[in-house]
Design a protein around this ligand. Structure first.
Ligand code: BES
Ligand code: MN
Ligand code: ZN
Length: 502
């Protein structure tokens, strides 16, 4: 799909669909509305009234122009109250435009924005690109016949109705290009998550990482069971031992080129459980159904580091993922087992379904020891409790470093991803006390997201660290906003915002 900029008159634009953003109760005031309405002799305004189009969020009205003007169809898209509309909402606008264009069998779609209206800057263009490309996303690899996605929209034009000076045009082109990079990383993340666990095994994850490294100029290291044993990763390997699939520990590195010292060193750690059955603490069917998505954190960090390389960020970045299945079998780790972590602490297993913190604990120790990062950020579909606390679309953010957490949350807000702080209340640490080991792997029912965070904290030392529990937003059981059903690619946009804008 190509993304281009058009500035000036809309009425002669030869496109299959033109999308106009309309704010609530000012439906006629949006970019381009007046010009198109005039060219159609007031038809647009009359239809909006008759069809009760008020510009409410998500409301749309499709009008065929029957050759009277350049655009064959005009789609009015509600933006809600103007004051509530945030730049990231442009993703939803662009996604709707592309979906409607595709549904009508169109190839070219224009979205109208006003340069003078503020949103038409670099960031707006980025969001339009993200929304347009993301809105076209479908995982149709396993569909056959006419259920396979059609070719769809090929050309998206960002149309500035009031013209763009060369500077604005440059900024917009930069934004579109950045949006394409973000969208590609998000799409890759979605693909990795949406692949069935029978295909996306730890071995396949490692192959993907190697391929990504080759394509994007990254260093790559893949450790097998033996090497992990030598490093003493007793927690990671215990989770892996019940599975017939070999575990793979993935480490990708981006070093800025050009001989300049990197501005800082950041390690991104992703939970890479390619299927979480719960182990001997077996999950019921409903709880297991979407557990192919339990490697969403790993998918996000692998895809994000590829994009960071494409953008040439002046930061040394490490992406680390301990990939394994969590399965019950005669070889599986058991309740009551005592494991020795890579960090040296011993852990009593009180629930084999709390496997994420075990795999991550060793991955965090590895990250701290082997990469000595200035900042350490992990992404994990870690607890159902986090979803109970914040709902399915918001990630929980826990940290041992207030300033880093603030910077991270600011990046999330700018990137338009919902993340919210949760407290690492030390009082709950008692819940992790064990009689036979240094600690146990689960606490009580209440505060489950926090005790998981407290468990991880034991493995980061004093490295500034942020833990992002993406159990809710990594995977969607229905379409919401600009995001598709299934793997969403959540966290990638914030990682890129945080590290690529500096
Ligand atoms: N992968 C799950 C967490 C999860 C739940 C992710 C729902 C996405 C949606 C994790 O490994 C898990 O099973 N956590 C347990 C922890 C409990 C045993 C302390 C949970 O949340 O129930
Ligand atoms: Mn589990
Ligand atoms: Zn899990």
């Amino acid at each position: 799909m190509t993304l281009t900029l058009h500035s000036g008159d809309l009425t002669s634009l030869k496109v299959d669909l033109l999308a106009l953003l309309c704010f609530q109760d000012q439906a006629g005031a949006g970019a381009g509305f007046a010009d198109i309405d005039k060219a159609l002799d007031g038809l647009l305004g009359r239809l909006a009234t008759e069809e009760q189009f008020k510009g409410k969020p998500g409301q749309t009205l499709l009008v065929h122009t029957h050759g009277r003007i350049g655009p064959q169809r005009v789609l009015l898209v509600g933006g809600g109250a103007r004051g509530d509309f945030q730049p990231p909402d442009l993703r939803g606008f662009a996604a709707r435009a592309v979906k409607a264009g595709g549904a009508a069998g169109g190839k070219s779609v224009a979205v109208a924005l006003l340069a003078a209206d503020g949103p038409a800057n670099e960031r707006a263009a980025q969001f339009v690109a993200e929304g347009a490309l993301g809105g076209r996303y479908r995982f149709d690899k396993y569909l056959t016949g006419d259920r396979k996605a059609k070719d769809g929209v090929e050309q998206v034009i960002l149309a500035l109705t009031d013209g763009a000076d060369p500077q604005t045009a440059d900024a917009i082109r930069r934004g579109l290009a950045r949006g394409e990079v973000v969208a590609a990383a998000v799409a890759r993340t979605r693909d990795l998550i949406n692949e069935p666990a029978g295909f996306m095994t730890p071995t396949r994850m490692a192959e993907v990482a190697q391929q990504v490294a080759k394509e994007h100029g990254l260093e790559v290291k893949v450790l097998g069971r033996k090497e992990c044993q030598q490093l003493g990763m007793g927690m990671f390997l215990a989770v892996a031992q019940g599975s017939d699939q070999e575990p793979r520990f993935i480490h990708l590195t981006w070093r800025p080129k050009g001989g300049k010292a990197p501005r800082k060193r950041v390690a991104l750690v992703g939970k890479g459980v390619t299927f979480d059955s719960g182990g001997l603490s077996l999950k019921p069917t409903d709880g297991m159904l979407h557990m192919k998505a339990d490697m969403s954190g790993a998918a996000a960090v692998i895809s994000a580091i590829a994009a960071l390389a494409d953008l040439g960020v002046p930061v040394e970045v490490h992406a680390i993922a301990a990939c394994t299945e969590n399965m019950p079998s005669g070889k599986a780790y058991k309740l009551g087992d005592v494991l020795t972590s890579m960090g040296g602490k011993t852990v009593e297993i009180t629930n084999t379904d709390a496997e994420g913190r075990l795999t991550l604990g060793d991955a965090l120790t590895y990250a701290v020891r082997e990469t000595k990062p200035d900042e350490l950020i992990d992404f994990a579909t870690l607890t159902g409790a986090c979803v109970v606390a914040l709902g399915p679309t918001t990630a929980g953010v826990m940290s041992n470093h207030r300033a880093l957490a603030e910077r991270w949350l600011t990046a999330a807000r700018e990137a338009g991803e919902d993340m919210w702080p949760l407290p690492l209340t030390e009082r709950l640490k008692d819940q992790l006390k064990s009689e036979v080991a240094d600690m146990r792997n689960t606490g009580e029912r209440w505060g489950g997201a926090l005790t998981a965070g407290l468990f991880l904290k034991e493995f980061v030392g004093d490295t500034p660290w942020v833990h992002v529990d993406i159990a809710g937003p990594a995977n969607a059981d229905k379409e919401w906003g600009h995001l598709p059903k299934g793997g969403t690619g959540f966290a990638v946009a914030t990682i890129l915002e945080y590290l690529a804008r500096g």
